[in-house]
Write a protein that binds this ligand. Sequence first.
Ligand code: GAP
Length: 425
Amino acid sequence: MTYREDIEGLDAAILMHPRVWEASGHVENFTDPMIDCKKCKARFRVDTLTEMISEKNKEKAIKEFDINLYNQEGNIDDKFTSVLENPELAIKILELINCPQCGNKGSFTQPRKFNLMFKTFLGPVEDENNIIYLRPETAQGIYVNFLNVANSSRQKLPFGIAQIGKAFRNEINTKNFLFRTREFEQMEMQYFVKPGTDKKYFDEWKDIRIQWYKSLGMTSSKLRFHDHPQDKLAHYAKEATDIEYEFPFGWGEIEGIHNRTDYDLSRHQQFSGKSQLYFDDETKEKYIPYIIETSAGASRSFMAFLIDAYYEEEVNGELRSVLRFHPKLAPIKAAVFPLVNKDGMPEVAKKIESLLRPHLKIFYDDKGAIGRRYRRMDEAGTPFCITVDTQTLQDETVTVRERDSMNQVRISISNLLGYLQEKLR
Ligand code: GAP
């Protein structure tokens, strides 16, 4: 995003006026249906409960509950979830189910809606009038600043506003390490377009975003789109797709791409009383732009990159763990080692460290056998290890070892920075 002339960056507030979340629909719609077990007090999200019940038991319950539904086309999970989403029907089918935690039958409450936004209070008085929310997505901060950014940057449609930042959701079931947490990092971009061109830009961004993961080395066969069916679209979306990654625990969303139409800006115009119309000076028209949103989880994608890069392999009878990060993602770009801690080698290695450090993230290591130092850098995903040895003292060359192939080449110290910069691009 940084290198595109049609995208501006923003750092909006985490705590915004509560009306922002009424306008966005989050106060009303950002809910998950929850079910409690009256006996053991365990609390489940409807979709999680569905996952926890065996296929056989779900099939049995549906058959007993409604034989016509059982005989209809479609998979058992979808049928079961659709019944649970209807509070009147849910209570009946839940009578037939054992609690996955305590095993008691018929012990569930009716599903209740639970809002995922974290609440706090503005100022010292903790009452209903002073409630504010921790943002559950970074997107709304972009929408309320749309005209502010458009006017100050002098961007013309189509253009985007991107930001990276914390989002907070009161998730009931956090799970799978960074996959679902209550505090997480999002990288969202909202692309404002003229109505009528939205489909074209939706398709373009789908392609750009999946290529982004591939260009950073993520395995293509572990990436796919999951298009949302019309009846499952979020309240603001006309078309939506998820980019999914195949985690060890199954396919999971890492990014959502939505055609949000003019829903958000129209709602902010309605709730704030401030016009959100954009003046198109080419056609002399005024309109509310449509928005194509690309919404990636930074922490969730990071986990996908981490898993994708992790390998264990045998080298000379020993197991090596290696993170084959794309060089752009590697947190340390190169390590510098003196082969031994004598004969002036540490001094030369320190000089190389200071030569490189202003340009690259470098790690200096003189502890332990050289083989162990290589292994430690393999585990950290460092693409290059530079070793100062006896020959360095004679001809001012060093060895550069590449992490994945473990091949070594000799490079003169004067060419080292250029060599690394070329390889790290
Ligand atoms: N503005 C649209 C939006 O927030 P979302 O599908 O709810 O859409 C976008 O979230 C991305 O944020 C997801 O694809 C995921 O990568 C990440 N995400 C959502 N909830 C998360 C959570 N509880 N923990 C970690 N990442 C999460």
